[in-house]
Design a protein around this ligand. Structure first.
Ligand SMILES: NC(=O)C1=CN([C@@H]2O[C@H](COP(=O)(O)OP(=O)(O)OC[C@H]3O[C@@H](n4cnc5c(N)ncnc54)[C@H](OP(=O)(O)O)[C@@H]3O)[C@@H](O)[C@H]2O)C=CC1
Ligand SMILES: O=C(O)CCC(=O)C(=O)O
Length: 423
């Protein structure tokens, strides 16, 4: 086997260095062959598109979009679409890899993908957002399909964007194809619960995790970074369950009140002002301060690489529930494990989103729509089973949850590759 540095030089075209480094943590335990490592280290396909869009000003601007399909041994690739001014292909490869791992861990028949457009949604109009989305779909429609690659919402995309993706794709195909995208509004084939499923799935695994620790936490104090779809719904669900939400932030900064923040009122405040700042009876803190603030449970629910080697040692939470994707660098993950902090990894913690996306896809294909109770019951079963599978490996091997989850998922992906005769 080549060492890491040799490999980076050897296949520099489309490697995913972050994926390689993450996978190295399980190579030894799983005793993988060089062929297996080669297969896992690189995405299957990477697309970059460059397309013009007419802006409101009358000028035409060029945009760049990507879609990475990492592995499809277990089924069509599945993963969100992210709009962000700092979107980069390497980050997307890692996110697509995490999708493949996540789907294998919760045992749904999908591979993993991720995509997006380099754009700041706060600096464009609604009309421009729609034209950019539709233009991107025209560029990538050939590689999408209900049995090929199925997008969904991610940071700075929402139901409205999913509807434009659906509509543009159906215009191109000339027929209805509801299963082309998930995260749609219920009126257009969306599933009950999908709006809150990422947060709710996270709460299910958090409560399983709390049962495994000896020390009882009474009215735990929770700090949440991010107040978008995932952060806001996690805050609301936990608030309703009696947790104290002591600190919360968005891109403009954070607020803190150790006695707990009224989340419903904060949601109204954010709706009216566009920010969590200025909410009554709270002290302003920075996003950096939020991450290292006194709390029992820390929930990163915004962007990647928020917890790194520079701030990990200062974290005071006893549990970190990673609702964002890749919020912790690998270096920081190792440090947190040494500090005895329980980290419920993204690939488990935020899988509730794709699990209900899978339910939405099934409902679309069968044209048979489920009641809320059925979705809730199946989501809970899927998440608690994935938690138990991960926890059992942790107990047997005395390893972190991240390593355990990764092992479980890699085994499952390689098994599918072997069955297909690819290994
Ligand atoms: N949506 C889903 O179903 C899933 C999402 N995820 C992951 O969850 C995370 C959040 O996604 P989602 O909630 O959908 O995205 P949204 O776009 O709905 O929300 C993003 C939130 O993050 C905040 N934010 C952005 N930059 C920063 C920053 N530097 N510091 C603090 N907060 C910041 C935003 O602030 P502001 O409101 O001011 O813009 C916003 O509140 C992402 O990592 C995503 O990949 C994972 C699985 C599924
Ligand atoms: O719902 C989905 O299909 C994917 C959601 C997503 O992008 C994620 O889990 O990171």
């Amino acid at each position: 086997m080549q060492n890491n540095i040799e490999r980076i030089h050897f296949d520099s075209m489309n490697t995913c260095n972050m994926c390689m480094m993450e996978l190295e943590n399980v190579y030894e335990t799983l005793v993988l062959s060089p062929e297996e490592i080669d297969l896992l280290d690189m995405p299957k396909r990477t697309f970059t598109v460059h397309f013009p869009v007419h802006m409101d000003s009358g000028e035409t601007k060029m945009f760049i979009g990507h879609r990475v399909q990492y592995n499809d041994a277990r089924g069509p690739t599945k993963g969100g679409i992210r709009y962000h001014p700092e979107l980069d292909l390497d980050g997307l490869k890692n996110l697509a890899f995490l999708m493949a791992i996540k789907c294998a861990l919760v045992n749904i028949p999908f591979g993993g993908s991720k995509g997006g457009i380099i754009v700041d949604t706060k600096k464009i109009s609604r009309g421009e957002l729609e034209r950019i989305t539709r233009a991107y779909v025209r560029e990538v429609s050939d590689i999408m399909g209900p049995f090929k690659d199925i997008p969904a919402p991610d940071a700075y995309t929402d139901e409205r964007v999913m509807v434009w993706i659906l509509d543009e794709f159906e215009r191109i195909r000339g027929r209805h194809v509801p299963a082309i995208v998930t995260g749609k509004p219920i009126e257009l084939g969306g599933s009950q619960v999908r709006r809150i499923s990422t947060a709710l799935g996270g709460v299910y695994v958090l409560e399983e995790a709390l049962q495994t620790i000896e020390q009882e936490m009474r009215s735990p104090c929770v700090a949440i970074q991010g107040f978008g779809n995932v952060g806001r719904n996690a805050a609301k669900i936990l608030h309703e369950k009696g947790y104290r939400i002591c600190a919360i932030s968005d891109s403009s900064g954070g607020i803190r009140n150790v006695n707990g923040i009224d989340i419903l009122k904060l949601m109204e405040h954010k709706e009216q002002t566009g920010s969590v700042l200025g909410f009554p009876d709270t002290t302003e803190i920075s996003n950096e301060e939020l991450l290292v603030s006194d709390c029992d449970i820390l929930i990163p629910a915004a962007l990647s690489k928020q917890i790194g080697k520079d701030n990990a040692a200062d974290i005071k939470a006893k549990i970190i529930l990673e609702l964002a994707n890749a919020p912790t660098t690998l270096e920081a993950s190792r440090l947190l494990a040494e500090m005895g902090i329980m980290v419920i990894p993204d690939i488990l913690a935020n899988a509730g989103g794709v699990v209900v996306s899978y339910f939405e896809w099934i409902q679309n294909l069968n044209q048979d729509y489920w009641k809320e109770e059925k979705v809730l019951e199946r989501l809970k079963y899927t998440m608690t089973t994935a938690f138990a599978n991960t926890h059992n490996i942790c107990a047997d091997e005395k390893c972190s949850m991240r390593k355990a989850a990764l092992q479980f998922a890699v085994r499952s992906i390689l098994h599918a590759e072997r069955l297909r005769g690819n290994l």
